[in-house]
Design a protein around this ligand. Structure first.
Ligand code: MF3
Ligand code: CO
Length: 248
């Protein structure tokens, strides 16, 4: 069952969305070569408590942290650690919060210092795929229109899309229906209705699409070691078109 939200509920989700995106933007500004991902986790923990926002990921199915920090070939669910990011790396930051009972969830991937031209292109294709996907979040479209927009743009540009992990509906729960794959066909899947709120997540690989999960049972990496970019926004489907609740 897909839960449609009232305008008042969408405003609550916008509050959560703005808080989560604000902290991510602070992290983006703050991260420098030589920092550990655990330092970013500590910063996040402190900011969430200052903002009276509860972490949504910590304890979720046993996940140990507030933040997911995924470096280079890590696609998603990297656990903050003593690893130091270096110039030329890319760092995926994914954060979830709960404010007043409503969940906010967003992600972005930042270059550390100067990165190579192919890596810059990967980040651009990842962000563009998300924007094209958001544009499909309209009453009368289907989930497959969103999925196809991501897949088409990524593959046309020589990248591949992850199949094993998907975007999701969001509301009082972090993961609600429907699932939003990064691959699919236009006109297929659940119909989009006014009041649906979707966390659309693009996970784009520079090499092949195959995924492996590390021994920690969380970190998803590309099987071929190619870099991967992750971007996520929450979008409400409204009669006036897509409304991004995590815009900063
Ligand atoms: N943005 C991811 C998701 O929506 C992050 C979840 S991490 C977890 O699934 F620990 F909460 F699972
Ligand atoms: Co998500």
């Amino acid at each position: 069952m897909i839960i449609c939200k009232s305008p008042a509920e969408i405003e609550k989700l916008r509050r959560s969305g703005r808080i989560v995106r604000g902290v991510l933007e602070e992290l983006r500004d703050r991260v420098k070569p030589g920092m550990t991902t655990l330092e970013l986790e500590k910063y996040t923990e402190r900011r969430l408590s200052e903002l009276n926002a509860k972490p949504a990921f910590k304890g979720y199915r046993g996940y140990p942290c507030c933040l997911c920090a995924s470096v280079n070939e890590q696609i998603i669910h990297g656990i903050p650690s003593a690893r130091r990011v270096q110039e030329g790396d890319i760092l995926g930051l994914d954060l979830g919060v709960i404010v007043d009972g409503y969940v906010g969830d967003s992600a972005l991937t930042v270059p550390i210092g100067a990165v190579s031209a192919p890596v810059q292109k990967l980040l651009r294709i990842g962000e563009e795929s998300l924007e094209l996907a958001i544009a499909q979040a309209r009453v009368g479209n289907r989930v497959g229109d969103i999925s196809a927009a991501i897949q088409t743009h990524a593959e046309r540009n020589g990248c591949s899309v992850v199949h094993e992990f998907v975007g999701h509906g969001i509301g009082r729960e972090l993961h609600e229906e429907p699932q939003i794959p990064n691959f699919g066909s236009p006109g297929r899947g659940p119909a989009l209705k006014e009041g649906m709120v979707l966390a659309i997540e693009t996970m784009i690989n520079s090499g092949g699409p195959e995924v492996r999960v590390l021994e920690d049972q969380w970190t998803a990496v590309t099987a071929d070691g190619g870099f991967s970019a992750h971007f996520e926004h929450m979008v409400a489907v409204t009669r006036n078109g897509p409304d991004v609740l995590t815009r900063w």
